[in-house]
Write a protein that binds this ligand. Structure first.
Ligand code: DAH
Length: 347
C-alpha cells in the first residue's frame, strides 16, 4: 500500500470506530471495537509505515495518529454516556420507595366553632357592623350592674358566676356572657353604634351533654335614633337566613333580661325535624339560641346616654351549637371539645 492508500484506510477505520461506538449499547461492545479497530486494524496499518517513501513517512505517521485519536475519542465519549445511563438505571432499580408506608402530611383546618365565629363576623361586617372584643376577666359593674342587675338582683343567680380572687370579694369575675361588651363599647364610642362582639364566656357548670364551663357567645348592639323592635326582628331574620339558609325560621318568645325591655327569647326552627318535633328540640319544634330585646333605658343612663334621644336593640346567643345544628349533627356538644380529629376533620 502506498502512502495515500494507508491514509485513506486509516480514515475508514476511524469512521468505522465512530459509527460502531454510536451504535454500541454496552461498554463490552466498545471493548470489542477497541480491540478490533484500534489495536487490530489501525495497528496493522501502522506496521506498513516502514514500506512508504521516506519523504511520506511524516505525513502518513501524522494521519495515522489523527485517525487513532478520532477512534479513541469516539469510544471514550460513548463510554461516558453508557456508564452514566447504566448508573441511572441502577439507581432507579435500587430506589427505596419510602412513600409506600407513609400516609402523607395532613393539613389541618380551623375548629368548627372558630369557622362559625369568623363566618358570623363576616355576615355582620356585610351588614355594616363593626367587630369589637371585650376582656374575659370582667368587673361586677360591666358584667352586672351597668346591665341593670343591681346587687342582690335575682337574675344574677341565673348566671352561675366564677369569681376571681382579685380586689374586693366578688368584684372581679370571668364574664358570664358577652353582654358586658355592650357597656365597654358604649363607654368608649358615641352612637350611632352597629357592632358585634364575639368571645369566650364562663359559668360555674360541670361539663355534660348540654353544659360547659367555657362556651362562646356573640353579642350584637345597635344604638341609633328611632330604632324599633321591627329593626331587631328584621336584622335577626336576615342574619339567620345567611347563617342557616332559607328553610329555617326565627322565633321570638316573650322573656326577661334586666338589660332589655321588652325582652325576647331567640329561637330557630329545628333543622332536624322541620318543626314537627323530635328529641333534639324536646318535641317543641324550636331550638333556643339566646336572647334579645330593646336596650333598657337604665343601660343608657348607666353610660350617660339620654334614653329620650337614643334607642337600640341587642341580642346575644351561643355559638357552639351552630356548627352542630347546621350540619344536622344530633349529638353532644362535648364532641366539639374532645379534640378527636376523626370527628373534627369532617367539618
Ligand atoms: N346575655 C344573655 C345570656 O347570656 C343573652 C342576651 C339576652 C343577650 C338578651 C342580649 C340580650 O344582648 O338582649 O343569657
Amino acid at each position: 500500500m502506498n502512502a495515500d492508500e494507508l491514509i485513506e484506510r486509516a480514515a475508514e477505520m476511524a469512521e468505522l470506530a465512530e459509527s460502531g461506538a454510536n451504535r454500541a449499547t454496552s461498554v463490552a461492545q466498545l471493548g470489542e471495537i477497541e480491540r478490533d479497530v484500534v489495536r487490530g486494524s489501525l495497528s496493522d496499518i501502522k506496521k506498513h509505515i516502514k514500506d512508504v517513501d521516506g519523504s511520506d513517512k511524516a505525513r502518513v505517521g501524522q494521519a495515522l495518529s489523527a485517525a487513532e485519536a478520532r477512534a479513541k475519542a469516539a469510544l471514550e465519549v460513548r463510554r461516558i454516556d453508557l456508564e452514566s445511563e447504566a448508573r441511572a438505571a441502577t439507581v432507579e432499580a435500587e430506589r427505596l420507595d419510602l412513600t409506600a408506608l407513609g400516609t402523607g402530611y395532613g393539613v389541618g383546618h380551623l375548629h368548627p366553632v372558630t369557622q362559625v365565629w369568623r363566618e358570623l363576623e363576616d355576615i355582620f361586617c356585610g351588614l355594616g357592623y363593626e367587630v369589637f372584643y371585650g376582656p374575659e376577666a370582667e368587673d361586677d359593674w360591666h358584667n352586672f350592674e351597668a346591665l341593670n342587675f343591681p346587687p342582690g338582683h335575682p337574675a344574677r343567680a341565673m348566671q352561675d358566676t366564677l369569681y376571681l380572687e382579685l380586689g374586693d370579694a366578688e368584684q372581679v369575675l370571668l364574664r358570664t356572657h358577652t353582654s358586658p361588651c355592650q357597656i365597654r363599647l358604649l363607654e368608649t364610642q358615641a352612637p350611632p353604634i352597629y357592632a358585634v362582639m364575639p368571645g369566650r364566656t364562663f359559668r360555674r357548670d360541670t361539663m355534660d351533654a348540654r353544659h360547659s364551663p367555657v362556651f362562646h357567645q356573640i353579642e350584637a348592639l345597635v344604638v341609633d335614633r328611632d330604632i324599633t323592635m321591627g329593626d331587631l326582628m328584621g336584622t335577626i331574620d336576615v342574619f339567620f337566613r345567611a347563617l342557616f339558609g332559607d328553610s329555617i325560621d326565627a322565633r321570638f318568645l316573650p322573656s326577661y333580661f334586666p338589660f332589655t325591655e321588652p325582652s325576647a327569647e331567640l329561637g330557630v326552627s329545628c333543622p332536624f325535624c322541620d318543626r314537627s318535633g323530635c328529641r333534639t328540640c324536646s318535641n317543641t319544634g324550636w331550638i333556643e339560641l339566646g336572647g334579645c330585646g330593646m336596650v333598657d333605658p337604665n343601660v343608657f343612663t348607666a353610660v350617660d346616654l339620654d334614653p329620650e334621644e337614643w334607642s337600640g336593640f341587642a341580642f346575644g346567643f351561643g355559638i357552639d351549637r351552630i356548627p352542630l345544628l347546621r350540619n344536622e349533627i344530633d349529638t353532644l356538644h362535648t364532641l366539639l371539645w374532645d379534640n378527636d380529629v376523626r370527628f373534627l376533620s369532617q367539618f
